[in-house]
Design a protein around this ligand. Sequence first.
Ligand SMILES: [Zn+2]
Length: 126
Amino acid sequence: MENKTKKPWIVHLIKLKFPRIVDDDIIMVWGDTVYKSKHIDFPNHLVAHEQVHIKQQKGSKLYGLIWLIGYIFSNTFRLNKELEAYRIQYRISGDPKVLHKIATDLSSDIYGNLVSFDEAVKLIKQ
Ligand SMILES: [Zn+2]
């Protein structure tokens, strides 16, 4: 897993779908690389979340691009990929505060309001 701070050009594809996204505040994975601003904390449970996305993209920039297109255009694809990552993240943290934070994020406009907060909690705990 490589770490970089400057976002790659594909961030502009994500912004087409989510125009309110601010570069500095998002962590994104493309292929085998995590793109993250320095000011964002990166605890183990969040590292584990991003490692799931690297696995989902088979550590490949080409496969990652295809993954990203599915992620942008399909709510089901995006929800399934994030759920897989958030379930691992919650298990690794074992922290109810983390569950509250990630369920808040998963049910927000960050991901296109895919589920309610209560549904997010239920799905992450499965
Ligand atoms: Zn994610």
